[in-house]
Design a protein around this ligand. Structure first.
Ligand SMILES: [Fe+2]
Length: 156
C-alpha cells in the first residue's frame, strides 16, 4: 500500500482495494466471456445477439480499466494477470460450445453476480467513508442489472 495524503487509513484502503479487485477480476473474465459469445453465437437471433455481446464486452473493457485505476488511486498494486483474476472471480470461463439460449443464461448469471459483487464492494467502501469508490461501484452495479434485464427479456 502506497503512502498517500488520504483521509482513509491505509488498512481501510487495502480492504476497499481487495473488494475492488473482485470487481476488476469478474469484469475482466466477463469481458472475455462476452467476446467469446460474440464470436460463437449461432441461430436466427445471430444479428442482435452478436451486437448485444459486443455492447457488453465494450462496456466491460472500459469498466475494468476504471475499477483497476481506482485501486491505483487508492495506492494499491493491481495484479493484471488473467490467471490471478480467474482465481479471484466467481464467474468462470466457458469451455463448452453453447446454444444461444445457454449463452444468454450464462451471461445473465454473470451480470447478476457482477451486480452483487459491485454492490458489496460499494458497501465496504461506504463503511470506510470512501464515497468516490462507493459511487463507482453503485454506477457499475446499475449497468450490470440493466444488462441482466436486457438479456433476461430475450428468453422470458
Ligand atoms: Fe466483432
Amino acid at each position: 500500500m502506497e503512502k498517500l495524503n488520504s483521509s482513509i487509513a491505509p488498512d481501510h484502503r487495502a480492504a476497499i482495494s481487495e473488494a475492488l479487485y473482485q470487481c476488476v477480476s469478474e469484469t475482466a473474465i466477463t469481458t472475455m466471456l462476452a467476446q467469446n459469445y460474440h464470436w460463437n453465437v449461432t441461430g436466427m437471433a445471430f444479428g442482435p445477439l452478436h451486437s448485444l455481446f459486443q455492447e457488453i464486452y465494450e462496456d466491460h473493457f472500459s469498466a475494468q480499466d476504471e475499477l483497476a485505476e481506482r485501486m491505483r488511486a487508492l495506492g494499491s498494486f493491481v495484479d493484471g494477470n488473467l490467471s490471478s483474476m480467474l482465481k479471484q472471480s466467481k464467474i468462470n470461463e466457458c469451455e463448452d460450445k453453447l446454444s444461444a439460449v445457454d449463452m444468454l443464461k450464462n451471461m445473465i448469471n454473470a451480470q447478476e453476480t457482477l451486480a452483487s459483487t459491485n454492490a458489496g464492494a460499494g458497501d465496504i467502501a461506504a463503511s470506510y467513508g470512501d464515497k468516490l469508490t462507493e459511487d463507482l461501484c453503485i454506477e457499475r452495479g446499475k449497468v450490470h442489472e440493466k444488462f441482466a434485464w436486457i438479456l433476461r427479456s430475450h428468453i422470458e
